[in-house]
Design a binder for this molecule. Structure first.
Ligand code: CA
Length: 362
């Protein structure tokens, strides 16, 4: 009996030992496996800022993983068209994507909030909401049914209102205006009597040149100069009421992400966070240099939208959010989260950022 018990114990210990050693071998195998991924984007290959961010992300991931995760980046149209990034990553055609959430309002209108809310959060607040205010959790909940894990993938800061081939002196000038403006901003322009369309960035120059559209918003001076919009539009209006702190997205196909060992998942998360901050740094450094070139070299007329137009757009934006959330419970949760966060951020920013800008004077 005692011998039998002894043998059972030895057997148990041996099998435990085997299990541990199998586990170790498994870990070792995943440590050595090389993953080769594709990342599709909505931007021309190596386009300044928007296009270089995913390239930088891929380089960081490859360096940090010592070559175990290699990511090949594709420009818009190289593997899939600009506006099919979401579907491509959802279906696993590519393991990753870099794009803007508000291009996917056809999937769920709530996606618009994860790029920007008109008159909503600026870049600093948007990053804080996503990473410390519950925003990223909501974003992941929204994308889970599509097999996607989203990460913040850059922020442009406050954008410009856009390029116009007519002066905007009153709301009457928006009537009949055909403008490229995605997301909730587009909804607002439609409410104002205009017509909003979404066209990929790479096609906007021609669309303006041929009169397919009368106006377009894109990003800000650094990106707009790169597309040459000053050659096809006369007036450059500010401020970017519709996109005060637009977030880009890095999406990962969920099964592909879950198949990675934990250290590679952590590398993706860390590299995404680095690229997210880096884009804002780059835009902050380069936007005004580009604006000076637009004005001093190309003679662009920079104009401020009249106060009464801004006021009316603000009212229409509140209506657009209200109507969207009326029949979309998830959008309502997101809108409430953004609004609550904005209130508390604004309260302190009133006596910090805002008060400081006024105090600095120059
Ligand atoms: Ca934009």
């Amino acid at each position: 009996m005692r011998i039998l018990l002894w043998m059972t114990l030895v057997l148990l210990l041996t099998s435990c030992g085997d299990k541990d050693s199998n586990q170790a071998q498994g870990d070792n195998a995943s440590q050595q496996q090389v993953y080769k991924w594709k990342l599709v984007t909505s931007w021309p290959k190596n386009y300044p800022g928007l296009g270089t961010a995913p390239e930088n992300f891929a380089k960081k991931v490859e360096a940090m993983s010592n070559g175990r995760l290699q990511i090949k980046v594709f420009g818009a149209g190289q593997l899939v068209p600009a506006l099919q990034v979401f579907d491509a990553v959802s279906q696993g055609t590519a393991q990753m994507g870099h794009s803007g959430a508000y291009f996917w309002t056809g999937k769920n209108k709530a996606t618009a909030f994860f790029t920007s809310t008109p008159f909503g959060l600026n870049a600093q607040e948007m990053n804080a909401w996503l990473h410390y205010g519950g925003g990223l959790e909501l974003w992941r909940e929204l994308y889970a049914p599509f097999n996607l894990v989203p990460f913040a993938g850059g922020n442009t800061g406050v954008q410009m209102a856009g390029w116009f081939n007519r002066e905007i002196n009153s709301m009457a000038d928006i009537k009949g205006l055909k403008m490229r403006i995605p997301g909730l901003g587009g909804d607002v322009i439609t409410r104002a009597g205009g017509e909003s369309v979404n066209i990929p960035g790479g096609e906007l120059y021609t669309a303006m040149q041929t009169g397919v559209i009368d106006a377009t918003e894109w990003v800000g001076p650094y990106n707009d100069l790169a597309f040459g919009f000053h050659q096809v539009a006369k007036y450059y209006y500010y401020p970017g009421w519709h996109e005060p702190g637009s977030s880009l997205e890095l999406t990962v196909n969920k099964p592909a992400y879950e198949a990675l060992p934990a250290d590679l998942q952590a590398i993706i998360e860390t590299a995404a966070r680095a690229v997210n901050q880096d884009m804002l740094d780059e835009y902050t450094a380069r936007n005004n240099q580009a604006l000076e070139e637009l004005v001093n070299v190309h003679g662009v007329e920079v104009r401020k939208l009249p106060d009464e137009v801004i006021e009316e757009l603000r009212k229409l934006s509140a209506e657009a959010v209200s109507d969207l959330t009326a029949d979309n419970d998830f959008a309502q949760r997101v809108a409430q989260s953004v609004e609550a966060f904005k209130r508390q951020a604004k309260a302190y920013h009133g006596i910090s950022e805002e008060a400081f800008y006024k105090a600095r004077q120059q």
